[in-house]
Design a protein around this ligand. Sequence first.
Ligand SMILES: [Zn+2]
Length: 640
Amino acid sequence: MTRIEFKPFSDMKPEDYAAVGFKSGLEIHQQLLTERKLFCRCPAGQYSDHYHAEILRHMRPTLSELGEYDGTALMEFKTKKEIIYRINRDTVCTYEMDDTPPFMMDEQALDIALGVAMLYQCVMVDELHIARKQYLDGSIPTGFQRTTIVGVDGKIPYKHRYIRIVQLGLEEDACREVSDVGHQRVYLTDRLGMPLIETVTAPDMRTPDEVAEVAQLLRRAVRSTGHVRTGIGAAREDVNVSVTGGTRIEIKGVPRIPRIPLLTYNEAMRQWNLLNLRDELHLRGITPQTFQSRAENVTRLLKKTRYTPIRNAISAGMVVNAVSLQGFRGLLRWTTQTGTFFSREISDRVRVIACLTTLPNIIHSDNPSETISSSEWQAVKKVLNATDEDTVVVVWGQDSDAATGANEIAIRAKEAAIGVPSETRQALRDGTNGFERILPGPDRMYPDTDLPPKRVTSDRLARISLTLPSPVWERERWYAELEIPEDVRQPLAASPFASLFEKAVIEWKLDPTLAAVALIQWRKDLRRKGLNVSVLTPEVMAAVLHTCGRHAAAHDAIRLAMRQTAEQGAYADPEPPVPASEAEIQRVIGASASTLEAVGIRQPDKAAEVQMGIVMKELRGRAPGAHVAQMVGYRKEAVQ
Ligand SMILES: [Zn+2]
């Protein structure tokens, strides 16, 4: 492999991503706007930090039907976490806590999921089979999520090609995490069991920007149905990234789409740099077979250290372990992501698996300054028989945690000789990502025996298809033909006003740009002014457009009606203002001329502007601004 240096984020071009074989796909989890949860009758979308009881559970792995332990399950078992569930009796029943079997599936949720699958042109399944998907991090008390596939093999148009939709699933949401410190993780259960759809795309995106654009497109598509939840946490993206020779890595729970490009760039860079690191190890003769490491308890040697984290640990009765990595000299300073080194891969594993969550949780001899003294490093190296060609990593904690930590240090270092380990990673605020957990095995799904298969009749699909909006990509293409301003096309296509726009333009013959700008831009303007725009519902806007749209000065009349409605908090069907007659316009302009003279403005440009203001104050909503401007001789473009 040629050693391409990764350029800074802002310098990367599509060709650069092509050179490293960048590939990315999305898994989008979107909550549905239903009244109830998916498999019980508890209310959906009622969040509160208040709780009436707590339940404590310990996770432990069980053998799969094939007689194997799942990698994730083993990892979670190693962490020895105590899981605490906070329960609010208004939002949780015995079903979520696995004490009663599931109810039948929520029909409203199923209708929405089927509709979205049809929007994606999926092949629809004619019989739903409920499966259990293993979830071993504790975020679901039962250890599994009920899930069903409603459609497969769909596609959406993007640029001049299609992005393939692998499948669309309907499933239950997990708990909300409150905290995760040391050996204790706390969850709120109100979100547990709420219906969501999971859209899985093929790895068809070729640059980080494409990933974000497709995520936005899919978001507009589901929002256009009007049946999905919006707001923080209502849609969560998992992003899969790989480069040539790398591994498909899943970055979990990206909260905002604009963060996707930098995150995927950093993950591509990390994989590329880990592959280079593997090559470097092979050059040094280190392979998974020849890898050597040794661990020793060095607590006694560091008893008098002045390095605070270790001194405090020892005085609290903790243990310090040191691990030598043979031939690794300098490699813990190997850059992986922007401003991030290979040592972070090791520190992350120690943090997550040994639960040593207080940072720093390791120190290493590739970066010896400001930690233990050089004589202490020498003593530690001596015990390990380490040479200058080796790297030594030190970890501290309670006896068993420090032992788990030492073990994980060696495991992660050895994996570097293989390449990019399979794992899920979490999005971090700085645009890099950190280790989350070992990737679950492929046998995570098994049939649910509590629920029978469910037929999806063609009548049902036909009924739903009648209620479906036209796809956003078709709407956006039509808007482009209508030449409405570019910045309102995408928001309009996904908004609840899209069908009203269609009606206003086709049936009521309203000017497309006026209708689009009123529905999207003016509404936004009023909100920015602090007015309550929630009263400007599609029904109210329909009345406004229909009534005022027929007015000679439709532009002003609509704007005025919108503002008054927002100010008064309710819509009063306006007596449409009587259009001013030509004679009246002449009279007002004549009167304004004398006012102007009295004010005494000399510059012709200014005078016209002021006169325009005087006239429109009297005639607003009753005479077209453009017409008045022409008569006054005022040429400023934006006459509003
Ligand atoms: Zn319930």
